[in-house]
Write a protein that binds this ligand. Structure first.
Ligand code: PLP
Length: 433
């Protein structure tokens, strides 16, 4: 007999973009698939970073007090206290932000943090009103899309698109389209943005901050790739915090995704609510990440590591991937979003004769895993025709260069076929597939 699921069960077990991605990633890494994996959000294995954490892990395992802290005790529901103190001290010293450990909560990865934050602020309220999370610029992170306990968690906006030289383009927030009304519970933006590698400018961030403070709604900055750490930003970008900002960071893109450590920096009232929610759902958050990363946070090295090692590493890979694409796809109509940070390239194929979902399927059948761009528009009205969202792909450049090169070859061959008349053009364009 078929299992009877609750509304919650149905909602949270359905096929989502995040599941498609993690499924592909799990199969590729589990050895079930020979496919080239340019779809996932796994960070690169940067040798110097791997070596550092491997040696540190050895030292901690040999130290009985640290071993106990890491594995033998439940932490506080807000997360391991020594680590939270170190995070607060570092940010206070570097940026002058008035923080203590009471402004810091840890979550089981920042993904879990977004689940708690979004549902804490948005959704049905006790006065009967419905409030949403405003995503001021899409494309935006696929992982937000299904986090709402109910329908209609997001309202989002299209970007302003600037075409740039040499086949690049860039998205900007279209402030004319943003009316932060009473139905908005919070504004959220990833910086750098997954999937596009866009880093919204300091001026855009300041304008959002001013808007949020005026309207009395929190501004959630998803800094999973950003500043202060891990700092995968290729130009200068100033970090921002004040008591209306909820700054979300993570140890994942530093190279520790399996440690599942998300870090939320916010005013105490928000931290207290998160702590209560963690106590109910998890009792406590794991301490492996916090103990492992404590010394790099306490010394401040975590910020310098990003600037000195991690950002330059990804910048080189981004530049290399752009060169390969521009060489291999020469003559085909395509543009790359200017890579300003994170670990992805966002490709736009104007007037693509098939949808990006169909292109994803064809690439998968040819042995290349990418992500179809249509997943990355959470909260945009599906009925609103906008062909752009079926014309883009996200490609990770964090893998070995050889994998990227072979992946681009497959992509070039499939695109040749898709664009070439007449047989393939007959495959009808079906938006929103
Ligand atoms: N935010 C963004 C923009 C991401 O790309 C990711 C993961 O890829 C996350 C949040 C969640 O990361 P984690 O839960 O590993 O901290």
């Amino acid at each position: 007999m078929k299992l009877k699921l609750s509304t919650f069960g149905e909602r949270f077990s359905r096929r989502s973009g995040a599941l498609e991605l993690m499924d592909d990633l799990g199969s590729a890494l589990g050895g079930d698939s020979e496919a080239l994996m340019l779809g996932g959000g796994n960070p690169a294995k940067i040798p110097a970073v791997q070596r550092y954490f491997s040696e540190r892990l050895g030292e901690l395992a040999a130290d009985p007090a640290e071993f106990e802290r890491m594995l033998s005790n439940y932490a506080h529901p807000a997360g391991e206290l020594r680590f939270r103190r170190a995070v607060a001290r570092l940010l206070a010293e570097r940026y002058g932000w008035p923080l203590t450990a009471d402004n810091v909560a840890l979550t089981a990865g920042s993904q879990a943090g977004f689940f708690l934050l979004f549902n804490m602020l948005a959704g049905r309220h006790s006065d009967g009103t419905m409030r949403r999370i405003l995503l001021p610029v899409t494309p935006e992170y696929v992982g937000y899309a299904n986090l709402g306990l109910g329908e209609g968690m997001f309202t989002s906006r299209r970007p302003r698109i600037e075409l740039q030289g040499e086949g690049f383009f860039k998205y900007y927030i279209d402030f004319d389209s943003i009316d932060c009304g009473d139905d908005v519970a919070a504004v959220c933006v990833s910086r750098p943005t997954n999937p596009t590698g866009n880093v919204i400018t300091d001026a855009e961030l300041e304008q959002l901050d001013a808007l949020c403070r005026r309207r009395g709604v929190p501004l959630i900055i998803d800094s999973a790739y950003g500043v202060p750490f891990p700092g995968i930003v290729f130009n200068e970008a100033a970090p921002l915090w004040n008591d209306n900002v909820v700054l979300c960071m993570s140890l994942s893109k530093l190279g520790l995704p399996a440690a599942r450590t998300g870090i939320v920096v916010a005013r105490e009232e928000i931290i207290e609510s998160l702590t209560g929610m963690t106590a109910i759902t998890n009792l406590a958050v794991g301490s492996v990440g916090p103990v492992l990363a404590h010394s790099v946070v306490a010394s401040g090295e975590i910020i310098d590591l990003g600037r000195r090692l991690i950002a330059p590493y990804y910048r080189r890979k981004a530049e290399r991937a752009c060169e390969i694409l521009q060489r291999s796809l020469r003559g085909l109509p395509f543009r790359i979003h200017r890579p300003e940070g994170a670990i992805f390239l966002w490709l736009w194929f104007p007037d693509l004769p098939i949808t990006s979902a169909e292109l994803y399927r064809r690439l998968k059948a040819s042995g290349l895993l990418v992500l179809s761009g249509h997943h990355f528009f959470p909260g945009l009205d599906d009925d609103e025709p906008w062909r752009h969202r079926d014309e883009c792909l996200r490609l990770s450049f964090a893998q070995d260069d050889e994998v990227v090169d072979r992946g681009v070859e497959i992509l070039a061959a499939e695109l040749e076929r898709a664009y070439s008349p007449p047989a393939r053009r007959a495959a009808a364009f079906r938006p929103g597939e």
